[in-house]
Design a binder for this molecule. Structure first.
Ligand SMILES: [Fe+2]
Length: 161
């Protein structure tokens, strides 16, 4: 005899789940893009403060991957899928194309800060919009915003006067 599973996917309503996915989906896209381009930057940065910047960029990548995981798993916990396939990320990211090849540390840091700012724009939108929809999902976005702000500061401090 086949057992019929009657346990609901989530206690959250489908409408709330869909809204959370609407705002956290773009967050996952931009964080995955940041992780890929952050590695590109980690490999190709040169010049002033090389070791420090090289290692900091790896931390930015690690954080982006952790944040993407948290946002994606919040959506999945609500019962919906996430589309972060590489083609989808490439199609949907709002980040500009970073320079190819080796780059001086100031220019590389500027490029990654621009990408963090693209991610922060969608994260901050999620924080704002999720306030009235689902505060548990909003909490995920707030945590990510706080982390990205800190990574941005660590990078910016290298190029600030
Ligand atoms: Fe490495």
């Amino acid at each position: 005899m086949t057992e019929v599973i009657t346990t609901p996917t989530s206690t959250t309503s489908p409408d709330v789940a869909a809204a959370a996915a609407q705002f956290l989906g773009p967050v996952v896209i931009e964080l995955q893009a940041l992780a890929v381009n952050g590695k590109q930057a980690h490999w190709h940065v040169r010049g002033a403060n090389f070791i420090g910047v090289h290692e900091l960029l790896d931390q930015v990548v690690d954080h982006a991957q952790d944040y993407a995981d948290t946002a994606a798993e919040r959506v999945v916990a609500l019962g919906l899928p996430i589309d972060a396939r590489i083609q989808t990320v490439a199609e949907k990211t709002g980040a500009g194309k970073m320079p190819a090849g080796f780059l001086a540390s100031d220019a590389m840091i500027t490029s990654i800060i621009e990408q963090i700012d693209v991610a922060l724009a969608v994260v901050n939108k999620a924080v704002k919009e999720l306030d009235a929809i689902d505060q548990t999902s909003q909490d995920v976005a707030i945590e990510i915003a706080r982390g990205l702000d800190k990574d941005r500061w660590f990078l910016f401090a290298h190029i600030a006067a």
